[in-house]
Design a protein around this ligand. Sequence first.
Ligand SMILES: Cc1ncc(C[n+]2csc(CCOP(=O)(O)OP(=O)(O)O)c2C)c(N)n1
Ligand SMILES: CC(=O)[C@@H](O)[C@H](O)COP(=O)(O)O
Ligand SMILES: [Mg+2]
Length: 642
Amino acid sequence: MSNRPDTPLLDLVQSPADIKRFSDAQLVELAHDLRAETISCVSETGGHLGAGLGVVELTVALHAVFDAPRDKIIWDVSHQSYPHKILTGRRDRIRTLRQKGGLSGFTKRSESPYDPFGAAHSSTSISAALGFAVARDLGGACDTGHGDAIAVIGDGAMSAGMAFEAMNHAGHLKQRLIVILNDNEMSIAPPVGALSSYLSRLYAGEPFQEFKAAAKGAVSLLPPPFQEGARRAKDMLKGLTVGGTLFEELGFSYIGPIDGHDMDQLLPVLRTVRARATGPTLIHVITRKGKGYGPAEARRDGGHATAKFDLVTGEQKKAPSNAPSYTRVFADALLEHAAQDDRICAITAAMPEGTGLDLFEQRYPSRCFDVGIAEQHAVTFAAGLAAGGMKPFCALYSTFLQRGYDQVVHDVAIQRLPVRFAIDRAGLVGADGPTHAGAFDVAYLANLPGFTVMAAADEAELKHMVATAVAHDEGPIAFRYPRGEGQGVEMPERGEPLEIGKGRMIQQGSRVALLSFGTRLGEVMKASEALRARGITPSVADARFAKPLDRDLILDLAARHEALITIEEGAVGGFGSHVAQLLADHAVFDDGLKFRSMVLPDTFIDQASPEDMYATAGLDADHIEARVLDVLGIARIGHQRA
Ligand SMILES: Cc1ncc(C[n+]2csc(CCOP(=O)(O)OP(=O)(O)O)c2C)c(N)n1
Ligand SMILES: CC(=O)[C@@H](O)[C@H](O)COP(=O)(O)O
Ligand SMILES: [Mg+2]
């Protein structure tokens, strides 16, 4: 039974148009309702809580002052967009968040006209908003006419180079563009970097303190274009920082910092900017991550992400774990090796907890680097560390490594530098959906000359792969492992380096060989059991390496079986494609081998449980069994024996 909050004003809102008739005082009440509804919803669904709570007032104010969907409000990352979704006609579905068939946990163009641009990877909002602004000014085909383009970007996301690329361009074009910097002094973890320190100085400085105290507007402090508007708007605009900020050097009018939870500050500033902005304008708002919900505010990460939780206590309702997570196995293994080898260092791009490197940072702070949301820098920084004689472990989610791909090719592979890539969240990740799927890393790494690419079949294998990476100084090496718990296998006392390019036989059988790469091995074994009931005992092997391939193993399997089937948690172009190439190069198909490669389908799979997603992808035991029967020409009627 969910205890829905009492939300009298929110109950009157079906779309942002309904907000326009509210008084400023009612908008404050609406924010109260919206915060209660957001907390209630996430307590039932789990998901991203802290960021959304931090922008409740900002969301109300934006939809009160601007005219979405004609005005394009673009949320960076968009993990903070739950309040926005509630106000834009999706309250009735908000409790389907991040579930199969439900709302996405991020903005999504196909979900709503109020989501002009999808997100989830950070630091894209200013580029996208500038695109809309230029399209508007070119008379583009925007169906809702010439509205404003407004990017809402966090202080963490602002640390990525892409944000500065966009601001640099916006300052050059000088077209009207509104950027709202939502500064809560938090990324997922406490923010890192000189920019964070700079932002702190901006609001720790005199103007912001005066601003808090000053009751009367100091309109003369506003940039000239706004002074007239401010007088006319008769708003109580208080003293604001003007002049000499980094943003103004980039061609923006800078307004702020203002209190992002105070409607009396948000509304007049937004109204003035809407009335008066002529070029790129950045409004710096100060907010608190997790605002208004004690258990979230009390957390170190401001309640960034949460499982379902008890509304009263905030206690998360997490299922008990049966095995250590792959992330934890990686982190513990790396710590063991780092104790013996002081050349080992670790790099994360703003995901210390997510990658397990928070443990490494605690133990070896001088050898652990959180570079902020800066994957491109993370990769080339690691390349520099390797060139300098260190053993860098660059720990990135598969999906986020995509952002540093040119650096992987240009700075690591071509120079054959021994960077170790710990690729977490490989394969389908569940609730975060397609934007976070680790679908492509094998395809984009195994095609690089000199790269070694591994996938752990279970947590014991992962421990051995960490040891293999530590020992491998001949060039770049990557090992991938999925989100979540291991399979509960027995763990070795110590990880032992694997022989590069060597797979392992799991089960000798006949007629069909199943060659698995990664944790699909569990499903392969389940399929093998089901096939045994039909009198079919497939051979099963764990490839371990997509590059270099275990040629002898593969050619031997091809020679001894009617059919060879590869299975992997990745898109086409990965392991199976490399096996096909090897078989073709050795003219194996000429001898009639039946070959099938089971990969992720050529589509983006929406969020669901990982199990559901793999069933949708056709990569679960049931589908593997069916593929074997099909390739052997056996009709799948009940448990008909071969
Ligand atoms: C390219 C990329 N790297 C990493 C992440 C993981 N991530 C999601 S939210 C977040 C922190 C964002 O901080 P900020 O922009 O300040 O937003 P806040 O959560 O504080 O509102 C990170 C690192 C991501 N979404 N995209
Ligand atoms: C919004 C974002 O990108 C991160 O919060 C991400 O959702 C974390 O993923 P995990 O939950 O797999 O660590
Ligand atoms: Mg932040």
